[in-house]
Design a protein around this ligand. Structure first.
Ligand SMILES: Cc1cc2nc3c(=O)[nH]c(=O)nc-3n(C[C@H](O)[C@H](O)[C@H](O)COP(=O)(O)OP(=O)(O)OC[C@H]3O[C@@H](n4cnc5c(N)ncnc54)[C@H](O)[C@@H]3O)c2cc1C
Length: 319
């Protein structure tokens, strides 16, 4: 039997989240004695990248009916290829949107946002993010198959090279299976790095006073190779695009490092960012609630601290 894993791609290229999902599937396979089979939909990237993380087979689907993303059609395609009792998906927006449909089609249980390798595969036992990141729960699947989603930047990528082979796979998906589909995606965020994939995120709140002051944040993000984010009011006021809004009503992210500048730390904001591994808060108010969730805090005026921080990072990088 094989652990099936969806290797998500964008414009033909595998996403980092695909490598994380393959790495996670390999951690299950190592415990269960199974192999890992990756499913690639209209990917043009080399399969070597998937062998590197432990997939010994890559099923390549080339289908016009799957050219535009549709949750129903993608769930149907993957359900037709299942060859065991475990399907692993990255917890990206797309895969998270079809994971419940896939669970329904296969009759499997659904476990979302896994953060760590399973401690057991029989019964399947692993930790997942819960309560909007405020808690970690241990979940067991005691019976039947399971669809699993893996939280981005939590388990990470683990190289585990195997020799692999590609196989062409055909599925009976037609245009009629796409009850709705995304036909066009336009990039509206200014950052070059996808927020959900980013390992470092520099984020600004209302304390930044206005959109004209975002140059400092963008400079820090560029220096650190980070994505930029913001609080909800900042997006609501049009200072930044809504694609950057993080929190309960925005994106939920889990970078290795989250730098929050001029953000108070309201519970609705924390809901989207408190799975970050390390949180740094810069705020002029020592009583700002965000400091309670911070690993490192700087009390001070962002307009004094940020230029100095940027200079220090430049010096450090120069050295
Ligand atoms: C149903 C619901 C859903 C919501 N969803 C979200 C969500 O998804 N995401 C989200 O972010 N919010 C959300 N909110 C809004 C949330 O409650 C807060 O109002 C919001 O997060 C506050 O944004 P802020 O921290 O940028 O602004 P403020 O609360 O105004 O805080 C600004 C901070 O900047 C600091 N500051 C001011 N000047 C400086 C300076 N010069 N240097 C350094 N620091 C400075 C201040 O001390 C303050 O702490 C939601 C609210 C509701 C009711």
């Amino acid at each position: 039997m094989a652990i099936l894993v969806y290797a998500e791609s964008h414009e033909g290229q595998y996403k980092k989240a695909a490598f994380e999902a393959v790495s996670y599937a390999k951690s299950i396979a190592d415990l269960s004695g199974d192999s890992v089979t990756a499913v690639a939909i209209n990917a043009t990237d080399s399969s070597d990248a998937l062998y590197k993380y432990g997939a010994s087979k890559v099923l390549k689907i080339n289908s016009d009916a799957l050219k535009d993303f549709s949750p129903n059609a993608y769930a149907k395609a993957i359900s037709e290829l299942k060859d065991g009792d475990t399907i692993v998906l990255p917890a990206t927006s797309d895969a998270s949107s079809f994971a419940p449909i896939l669970a329904l089609k296969t009759g499997f249980s659904l476990v979302t946002n896994l953060t760590a390798a399973p401690s057991s595969v029989s019964p399947f036992t692993a930790e997942r993010k819960s309560f909007s990141g405020k808690g970690i729960e241990t979940i067991q699947v005691t019976d039947g198959g399971k669809v699993l989603t893996v939280l981005q930047n939590a388990f990470g990528t683990k190289e585990n090279p195997v020799s692999g082979a590609e196989e062409a796979a055909s599925v009976s998906v037609s245009d009629a299976d796409s009850k709705e589909k995304i036909t066009k995606t336009e990039q509206v965020s200014t950052g070059a790095i996808d927020l959900k994939d980013a390992e470092i995120v520099v984020s600004g709140g209302r304390g930044m006073k206005g959109p004209e002051n975002w140059g400092m944040i963008e400079e820090l993000a560029k220096l650190l190779g980070a994505a930029t984010a913001c609080s909800k009011p900042v997006a609501d006021m049009g200072w930044r695009p809504h694609s950057e809004h993080v929190g309960q009503t925005g994106k939920a992210i889990s970078p290795k490092l989250y730098i929050a500048i001029g953000i108070s730390g309201a519970i609705q904001h924390l809901a989207g960012v408190n799975s970050s591994k390390t949180i740094v808060v810069i705020n002029s108010d020592p009583e700002a609630p965000f400091f309670k969730s911070a690993d490192y805090g700087i009390v001070g005026d962002a307009f004094e601290i940020l230029p100095k921080l940027n200079e220090e990072v430049k010096k450090f990088k120069g050295a």
